[in-house]
Design a protein around this ligand. Structure first.
Ligand code: ZN
Ligand code: ZN
Length: 257
């Protein structure tokens, strides 16, 4: 693995470490490409909701400026890409793209952490006791996001927690994977989930994705510099991939928004 496209920074308010620390760790551990995809600012349609786990809009300039300078400074050692991890909230997605376009980002990845959105209902994708209806909403929303044609890949596509009817999970995740396959969008095997023993990456999900013939990419989802190509986690991810006969892409095509 010589490229990682899923990296956060302290600017999202729940990660630690400066951009420089992430870059130096990446170089030290042999990466040739490091993509930053911190949690994107969002413009909510309501004043009574405020997000504490993403960059604020006014912090965006600093993020872009810092990374642009570091990209130049480290250009002989590593290829730095500048992007965001973005939720797909249909109601406010176009406005977000309008905000992001002037920054000339290299890419964005999809991280669908909420069902519907976070400002009306606040139902986290990782929550327990999800209904069949919520599973279908998650699947449809993720598919709609992919069809928007702006996302380079789907981070932790299996982030949705479901312990209901197995058959329904299979058919919905097959629907998601078939969409990704048709659109040529890679699915990420998420290091953070594995290192923290979360329900993702999920074997049952990747069995389906493998059967469908999806493309895969490894993503550190680093929330601290040490999580960039962490050796223990990388070993675990390799075991996981081997068991499921998954081969990740070494490089992916970045989609311009
Ligand atoms: Zn995060
Ligand atoms: Zn992430």
């Amino acid at each position: 693995m010589t490229a990682n496209y899923h990296t956060h920074t302290a600017r999202c308010h729940h990660a630690t470490g400066t951009e420089r620390e992430y870059i130096e760790t990446a170089i030290m551990r042999g990466l040739k490409l490091l993509g930053f995809s911190d949690h994107c600012p969002q413009f909510f349609p309501t004043d009574d909701y405020y997000s504490h786990f993403r960059m604020r809009p006014e912090e965006t300039d600093g993020y872009i400026k810092t990374l642009t300078e570091l990209r130049h400074e480290y250009r002989d050692d590593i290829d730095i890409k500048i992007g965001f991890e973005v939720e797909y909230y249909p109601e406010i997605f176009d406005k977000l793209l309008d905000f992001l376009r002037p920054y000339n980002l290299d890419y964005i990845i999809l991280g669908q952490h909420f069902i519907n959105n976070e400002y009306d209902t606040y139902e986290h994708s990782t929550g327990k006791n999800h209904t069949a209806e919520q599973l279908k909403i998650y699947t449809s929303q993720t598919l709609e996001a992919m069809r928007a044609g702006k996302f380079t890949y789907v981070a932790h596509p299996d982030v949705f927690y479901f312990d209901g009817e197995e058959k329904l999970y299979e058919s919905e995740m097959r629907r998601l994977c078939e969409g990704a396959k048709t659109l040529g969008i890679p699915l990420e095997v998420n290091f953070l989930g594995l290192s923290e023993g979360r329900h993702y990456p999920s074997e049952r999900f990747y069995r389906i994705a493998r059967e469908v013939g999806c493309d895969f990419v490894f993503g550190c989802d680093a929330h601290s510099p040490d999580a960039v190509m962490n050796e223990d986690t990388y070993k675990k991810v390799c075991d996981f991939a081997k068991k499921l006969d998954i081969t990740p892409l070494e490089r992916i095509d970045l989609v311009k928004i």
